[in-house]
Write a protein that binds this ligand. Structure first.
Ligand SMILES: Cc1cc2nc3c(=O)[nH]c(=O)nc-3n(C[C@H](O)[C@H](O)[C@H](O)COP(=O)(O)OP(=O)(O)OC[C@H]3O[C@@H](n4cnc5c(N)ncnc54)[C@H](O)[C@@H]3O)c2cc1C
Length: 497
């Protein structure tokens, strides 16, 4: 069977391109190496509780907001049951001696910052002015077609230098940079626009997907099937074949050959160096990809919370053990058994609200999992299990100290390391957000959706920006490269206005 397009990977980026092309009448096939579709959109069940893997919160889903419009166009919006997070505080930053809650809306956030930092009103106002200026320049974040695009958008200043330049106090810096684990780049390296885009999208509105009622991955699959697309799981692509510099098809691990005119690869971009025939790419491009660094990995502790009140359902909590929001990138949680510098916690609504499914995430620096990298799911060593238990215990201890009244009702359910993520999504060593695009090497690490191989495109979180919004926009970006920018943007606008 010949397909018009084969999409490798069924995460949000792959499903987005697949639905876009299927809606245009193209015959599309999504190939997924794992046994279930969805990539990081999947959830898992333990002890009757449902835990998300890589989508704990979504932003900008109110009517007319950007993710809502994309979801509407992709025909997933109506298939989801969404729970709004607290307007008065969807994020809480806990620093030594201060707990700060971020309300929904830039104006409300600004006002609260004014209350806490009355002497720094000028810097605070400048922060919001710059945020609005920068986010308004991103075409696909604002659904701008070619004629509406403004000039160059990328400013290579880092978040930390920018906050220094504003002369912010240590405490204000801490609060304005506390959410950096949501994209995995330390403030000293994070391009300012990356931070602003993520912050803005959640300040617009923040939501949980009720995975028990309407799983996110299923909504994407249903939409694709309704437009005649197909998804095949347990389908590991081992080769992308090309001839005369043009894509011809893909080969699966079972040696099956699937001919196609168009391939979109959405896994970690370094994989294409081994998937494509030798000589497909210029040495400079190959070296550039080989040189790229990855963001940290995630250690996720799944817990049950038996107490009747769980504020974490409505408000994510970032527990910092100092005002240093960079420390988490250098911590040695495995090799030196340190206590985590930061723990991010959230809880999901469940079918029966007697217990909540809490996820606690910490960042694992590259290299920390090296001693165990050769092990696979189901065959890990006792040393790996011991390291996992030890870190899980340190996280639980911190949470029980943070919420002493709930301590007896917080129970460990399961844990996964970056290697678990690696084995489910094939990212190298389990990097959480793929290739790091830092302020100093932004252009070097920036990859286009088009490749040297004709009709081989790239999409995914490493191409545009991490997060569901970034990965989805990367899929739209690929769609614009295939169908024409104005054509697709105008269509999305018309269908969602
Ligand atoms: C722990 C964690 C928590 C997160 N929380 C949030 C959150 O709350 N909100 C948010 O917006 N973002 C969050 N993110 C980020 C977000 O989940 C990702 O940025 C986004 O889902 C990535 O989508 P993707 O399509 O690029 O990649 P993926 O979802 O990884 O999809 C790629 C797919 O390609 C498949 N694949 C790879 N290679 C092959 C091959 N050779 N053959 C066949 N299939 C292949 C993989 O199996 C995978 O399914 C989180 C990430 C992590 C790790």
């Amino acid at each position: 069977m010949r397909y018009d397009a084969v999409i490798i990977g069924s995460g949000v980026s792959g499903m987005t391109v697949a639905i876009i092309l299927a809606k245009e009448g193209r015959r599309v096939l999504v190939l997924e190496q794992h046994s279930q579709p969805g990539g990081l959109m999947q959830h898992f069940r333990r002890q009757a509780l449902v835990f998300p893997t890589g989508v704990h919160r979504l932003g900008s889903l109110d009517d007319g907001q950007i993710l809502s419009r994309y979801f509407q166009y992709l025909e997933v919006r109506d298939k989801l049951s969404l729970k709004r997070m607290s307007a008065d505080g969807f994020e809480e930053y806990s620093f030594p001696g201060l707990r700060f809650r971020v309300p929904i809306g830039q104006d409300a956030f600004r006002e609260r910052l004014h209350q806490y930092f009355p002497r720094e009103k000028v810097a605070i106002d400048q922060f919001f002015t710059d945020m609005n200026r920068l986010v308004s320049q991103f075409p696909l974040y604002n659904l701008l077609n070619e004629s509406e695009r403004s000039g160059p958008i990328l400013e290579s200043i880092s978040l930390a230098s920018y906050l220094d330049h504003l002369n912010c106090s240590r405490e204000l810096k801490g609060i304005l940079s506390a959410s950096n684990p949501l994209y995995g780049i330390p403030p000293s390296e994070c391009p300012l626009h990356t931070h602003f885009l993520v912050m803005d999208s959640f300040l617009n509105s923040s939501w949980r997907v009720d995975e028990c009622a309407t799983p996110l991955a299923e909504a994407f699959v249903k939409s694709l099937l309704a437009h005649g697309g197909e998804v095949r799981c347990n389908a590991l692509v081992t080769n992308i074949s090309a001839s005369g510099g043009r894509v011809e098809g893909v080969v699966l691990a079972n040696a099956e050959y699937i001919p196609t005119d168009l391939v979109i690869f959405t896994g970690h971009p370094r994989q294409i160096l081994t998937l494509c025939p030798p000589g497909s790419f210029r040495p400079a491009f190959r070296h550039r990809l080989e040189d790229t660094q990855d963001t940290f990995g995630a250690f996720a502790l799944a817990l049950s919370w038996g107490h009747p009140d769980c504020t974490l359902v409505q408000c994510d909590t970032f527990i910092y053990n100092s005002w240093d929001t960079e420390a988490q990138y250098h911590q040695k949680l495995v090799s030196l058994s340190q206590r985590p510098s930061m723990i991010y916690c959230c809880a999901m609504p469940q079918e029966a609200n007697r217990e909540y499914a809490v996820t606690a995430l910490v960042g694992i620096a590259p290299g920390e999992m090296t001693p165990f990298e050769l092990t696979r799911r189901g065959e890990r060593s006792e040393a790996y299990q011991a390291a996992k238990r030890s870190l899980a215990r340190r996280i639980l201890d911190t949470l029980q100290e943070h919420w002493p009244e709930q301590a007896p009702s917080l129970k460990m359910v399961d844990a996964c390391t970056p290697l678990t993520f690696r084995d489910y999504t094939l990212t190298p060593w389990g990097t959480a957000y793929g290739i790091i695009k830092s302020a100093s090497n932004f252009r070097h690490a920036q990859l286009s959706t088009e490749t040297k191989v004709k009709n081989l495109f790239l999409a995914g979180q490493s191409i545009v920006q991490p997060g569901v919004m970034g990965a989805l926009i990367s899929g739209v970006y690929t769609g614009t490269a295939i169908l024409g920018r104005n054509y697709l943007i105008n269509k999305i606008k018309e269908e969602t206005s």
